[in-house]
Design a protein around this ligand. Structure first.
Ligand code: ATP
Length: 257
């Protein structure tokens, strides 16, 4: 199986709290992979470890076969890992377009002076960045709000721009932390379609944290279930729905997933 990311025996401790406890799973290139579990189970901590915001206490993270556990976040971005945050991390007073352009800043090689003057290498770079940003604007249907300050947009659209900021990095692996939180049903359906298209059209591997189990079961190729920092289930949606540990610990004994 062609894994893009392998998590092996990973633990993360905050004082007496084991946010992650000896977790192992792998993610197949090109798939939609969901992380589920009750509040406080360790899902966001896992994304923080993958993106490099948190340093695991022990364990290994291999991306395309390379150990990245000690790598700085911006170097992981350069390798093709991008992240959209649960709490929107955009500049509210800036336009949608400028937020997406700024998102690509980590990838720019030319300095601010040449970049500002649009000369030589910098101008070529600017064209390449602009092309990618325009592609994302079209893909996420943000054309009508491209010049709107993000802070004035309804919450659902801000979430979409937050996803766009990560997507504008052209990632091979995108980490989406509750991209549908706070959305109404039609906004959720639209976001689900964008996620499917990221996977089918852009060939991006998607890691999704989502509380709506219906959406998770429909979208995912594989799922890992965390509970109190431990991975209590890993498999296809079918496997997870039959997993008695998951049913007991996460859903409650009476519930059928
Ligand atoms: N920076 C931190 N400092 C101390 N404790 C933390 C920190 N980050 C997370 N934790 C703790 O780690 C545990 C896992 O938290 P985490 O946010 O990863 O869970 P989660 O599954 O994403 O929850 P939710 O669904 O509510 O977002 C919790 O007990 C949390 O309080």
């Amino acid at each position: 199986m062609n894994s893009i990311l392998e998590i092996e025996k990973m633990s993360l401790q905050f004082g007496g709290v084991k946010a992650l406890d000896n977790v192992s799973f792998h993610i197949v290139k090109g798939e939609i992979f969901s992380l589920i579990g009750p509040n406080g189970a360790g899902k966001t901590s896992m994304l923080n470890c993958i993106s490099g915001l948190y340093q695991p206490t022990t364990g290994s993270i291999r991306y395309k076969g390379k150990e990245i556990v000690n790598m700085k976040p911006y170097n992981r971005t350069k390798l093709g890992i991008a992240r959209a945050f649960q709490n929107i991390a955009l500049f509210a007073h800036m336009s949608v377009l400028d937020n997406l352009k700024l998102g690509r800043h980590t990838l720019m090689h030319s300095g601010p002076l040449s970049g500002g003057l649009y000369v030589g290498k910098a101008s070529k770079e600017e064209i390449k960045h602009r092309r990618k940003v325009e592609e994302v604007i079209e893909f996420l249907e943000l054309q009508d709000i491209r010049h709107t300050p993000v802070g004035t947009l309804p919450y659902g659209l801000q979430k979409r721009v937050e996803v766009g900021r990560a997507l504008a990095l052209g990632p091979e692996l995108i980490l989406l932390d509750e991209p549908m939180a706070g959305m109404n049903n039609s906004e959720k359906d639209l976001m689900a379609r964008f996620i499917l298209d990221m996977h089918e059209v852009m060939d991006t591997t998607v890691v999704l944290i989502e509380h709506d189990l219906g959406i998770v079961m429909n979208l995912s190729d594989h799922i890992a279930v965390l509970d109190f920092g431990k991975c209590i289930g890993f498999g296809t949606p079918d496997d997870i729905q039959k997993n008695q540990d998951v049913i007991k610990a996460y859903i409650g004994e009476e519930t059928v997933i």
